[in-house]
Design a protein around this ligand. Structure first.
Ligand SMILES: C[S@@+](CC[C@H](N)C(=O)[O-])C[C@H]1O[C@@H](n2cnc3c(N)ncnc32)[C@H](O)[C@@H]1O
Ligand code: SF4
Length: 394
């Protein structure tokens, strides 16, 4: 489809641009997961896929322009660690010819402990340019790992993180879920405590949600009740704090440095998305418009199409900007600059201001020195707080 070139001259100055790269395969699908992840049947078409990613990037740069440096890169999935380090290295060598990747760019790769082998493989990912690893541990409890259909045991999870540390990774995130089937308070806290023993600087702690189109949706497990969840959250958070992990987003805790990539999403920054099912968001400050992009989801359909055929770009209606921004920014527990609403949303600013006043009156947010911070009440009623901005669509 034809696309009008976007003028990025001003966006370059103001809005960071990240790059998301999706890898849509896993060795096995987990029963709770609704990500664009497909069980690998046969051999992974590694070379074809890397070529397709590069073709997507060239295609998108041809009309979004290549004059903005990349702020951060995130390789997510699926399971990106199924791709050999040599292929990742080739990808980055070629990408360096197309875009500006400053030396200190945060480059994260998600890794499933069931697919990562040893220290030398991890060192090879580092050599390829990856400088941050996000390890999907989920739990250390053998019974839970089985219920969650994970392809690894707790020992493999520990070894992956320890090997990554030995391989020189200074920035490692651990994904742990809580509110698991029949999970007790002690079991959930034990997962948090064991994760904190690891050489990680970042902790993502997600409450298990039952998503449509997952096995758990059809065969619903028994989940802990609300009171237990509240105790898990309270005690888990204070334990994390005692270990130096500051909560900076609903589910994210960091010791030193928050994830630059996720911060850019939550601060309503821009991002290119390449690979099957990847989404992107690009702002044109001159035209005051936001374009959302997406690519064919299914890997076979994606690989069978040209970069232009598999790509869709749509302009977001201005009246939707404030809600989209609210959805992200209110997740930040320490708040965000008001200028995000003013400079990165092009809807009705008077209406947004009225909604902010309403949120303040409900004591869901505070506003001080150009900074908006959700209160404890606002964090608790996050859905109501963000839904308030839906009314800016009326
Ligand atoms: C794309 S996956 C991570 C990488 C890798 N595929 C793995 O699972 O090891 C991202 C993370 O989202 C979380 N997640 C996935 N489905 C979830 C659900 N239904 N509820 C809560 N968290 C979920 C898991 O913690 C998972 O590690
Ligand atoms: S949780 Fe990770 S390993 Fe499991 S299906 Fe989803 S993306 Fe794949």
């Amino acid at each position: 489809m034809p696309h009008e070139p976007i003028d990025n001259t001003m966006a370059r100055m103001n809005i960071p641009l990240s790059l998301y790269i999706h890898f849509p395969w896993c060795l096995k699908r987990c029963p709770y997961c609704d990500f664009n992840a497909h069980a690998l049947k046969g051999e992974l078409p590694e070379q074809n896929y890397i070529n397709a990613l590069l073709a997507d990037l060239r295609h998108q740069l041809s009309f979004f322009g290549n004059d903005r440096p990349i702020h951060s890169v995130f390789m997510g999935g699926g399971t990106p660690s199924l791709i050999q380090p040599s292929a990742i290295k080739h990808l980055f060598t070629q990408m360096n010819e197309l875009i500006e990747l400053p030396d200190d760019t945060e480059i994260t790769m998600e890794a499933n402990p069931g697919s990562i082998m040893d220290e030398s493989q991890l060192a090879a990912y580092r050599d390829a340019g990856v400088n941050r690893l996000s390890v999907g541990i989920q739990s250390f409890n053998a019974k839970q790992l089985k219920t969650l259909g994970r392809i690894h045991d707790s020992k493999q999870a520990l070894t992956t993180v320890e090997s990554a540390h030995k391989a020189g990774f200074k920035r490692i995130n651990a994904d742990i879920m809580y509110g698991l089937p029949n999970q007790t308070l002690d079991e959930a806290l034990s997962d948090v405590m064991q994760a904190c023993e690891l050489p990680i600087d970042h902790f993502s702690w997600y409450q298990l949600t039952i998503e449509p189109n997952t096995l758990f949706h059809h065969q619903r497990p028994t989940l802990p009740d609300e009171d237990t969840i509240e105790l898990i959250e309270q005690q888990g958070r204070s334990f994390l704090q005692s270990k130096g992990f500051e909560r900076y987003e609903v589910s994210a805790y960091s010791k030193k440095s928050p994830s630059q990539h996720n911060l850019n999403y939550w601060q309503c920054g821009d991002y290119l998305g390449i690979g099957a099912g990847a989404h992107g968001k690009i702002t044109d400050l001159k035209k005051q418009s936001i374009t959302r992009t997406r690519l064919f989801k299914h890997p076979t359909r994606y690989l069978g199409a040209t970069p232009d055929e598999r790509f869709t770009a749509e302009t977001v209606a201005n009246k939707e900007h404030a809600f989209e921004c609210a959805l992200n920014a209110f997740r930040l527990t320490d708040g965000f600059s008001e200028s995000i609403f003013k400079e990165r949303c092009f809807g009705d600013h008077a209406l947004t201001e009225a909604l902010l006043i309403e949120a303040e009156q409900k004591q869901w947010i505070t506003r001080q020195n150009g900074f908006i911070t959700p209160t404890k009440l606002g964090q608790r009623y996050l859905n109501d707080l963000t839904s308030l901005f839906l009314s800016s669509e009326n």
